[in-house]
Design a protein around this ligand. Structure first.
Ligand SMILES: [Zn+2]
Ligand SMILES: [Zn+2]
Length: 332
């Protein structure tokens, strides 16, 4: 059966990369109904995880404020006794405690949102269109590779090239199918930020995970008080009891996952692996990756991942210097 061009588009939606699809679709004004439908689906597919993530962060924050912070700092003379769970001295310190946790959690949420925006908007880095990275016409032609010293080679010892981008690949560069391009020091494609995580935005991605882990740890270690209060209060409705227990259970599961993920990334940074290298080389027991070929010692590895100046590590600014191009990664 002959396919119309637009039904071909729909079929290809499941095979092609998002970027290819975007490139193949006509502008909105010229598109027919099916093409417009596909465009809408495409954008939903790309940005739904982003919206879900923002919803979780903001929703969780609002729930924390209403059910934990407000009863502590609000002017409620009939606060349940259980809010002063720990000791008598804490009874008088309830308000202070409330403001401290409010400040800490707000601080984390603020940086999650800023880091998320930065991770989404920052180009992870692409291979420059320079002679240095062109594929030489002749394998013996060394003229264009004089200044290139590459550690990563193909199994047969030849240089790594990308057939799709027709470029020579710098070390740690990988081609992302979803972005339909090569990304420098590619870590992975992250649907939560609708972008690849690579050389120029890895820190922003890590800070989302880091501040997420801290915020969730605070939530888990404090919100149980709300659960105890609500369950012990005879005036609590069944719906309220169900709601706070459900919130706490979900946050607990999410917290364990995010904290584990954060520890995993700290380990990767210290040992100087990207997620791709760890999964495709280290875990597959490739001999050269038993220790990362780019390992420079823990401190220098952290500086390579998070930026030269350690005092900027925990804020999503001042990341890469202009002289840092993400093309060369020396050894120790
Ligand atoms: Zn490529
Ligand atoms: Zn990608």
């Amino acid at each position: 059966m002959a396919e119309t061009p637009s039904s071909q588009h729909l079929t290809r939606a499941f095979e092609d990369s998002e970027q290819e699809l975007k490139n193949n679709l006509p502008p909105w004004s010229e598109a027919d109904f099916k093409q417009r439908l596909l465009t809408v689906f495409l954008y939903i597919a790309i940005y739904l995880p982003v919206v879900v993530l923002l919803g979780l962060v903001i929703g969780g924050y609002i729930i924390y404020l209403i059910f934990y912070i407000y009863p502590l700092v609000g002017d409620t003379d009939d606060r349940p006794e259980l809010y002063y769970w720990h000791s008598d001295s804490e009874k008088t310190n309830a308000e202070t405690r409330g403001w401290i946790f409010f400040t800490l959690v707000t601080w984390c949420i603020f940086w999650i949102l800023v880091s998320h925006y930065r991770a989404l908007k920052t180009d992870p880095g692409q291979i420059p269109r320079e002679r240095e990275w062109d594929i030489p016409d002749d394998e013996n032609d060394e003229s264009s590779s004089e200044s290139v010293v590459l550690i990563e080679k193909r199994k047969d010892g030849s240089i790594r090239t990308c057939a799709r981008c027709t470029m020579r690949k710098p070390d740690r560069t990988h081609h992302c199918k979803q972005c339909e391009r090569c990304n420098l020091k590619m870590d992975h494609h992250c649907n939560w930020v609708a972008n690849c995580v690579g050389y120029f935005n890895y820190k922003y991605f890590f800070l989302i995970v880091f501040y997420g882990a801290v915020a969730l740890a605070i939530f888990i270690s404090t919100f149980w008080e709300t659960v105890v209060v609500v369950l012990n209060d005879s005036e609590s409705s069944a719906a309220l009891c169900f709601f706070v227990v459900l919130c706490y259970s979900l946050i607990l599961m999410l917290g364990i996952a995010v904290i584990g993920f954060c520890i995993f990334h700290i380990r990767l940074m210290i040992q100087n692996y990207t997620t791709i290298e760890y999964c495709e080389k280290k875990k597959q027991k490739v001999q050269e990756y038993k220790v990362s070929p780019f390992d420079k010692g823990a401190w220098n590895n952290l500086k390579e991942a998070l930026g030269k100046n350690w005092y900027w590590w925990l804020v999503p600014f001042n990341y890469r210097d202009p002289d840092e191009k993400g093309l060369h990664f020396g050894r120790k």
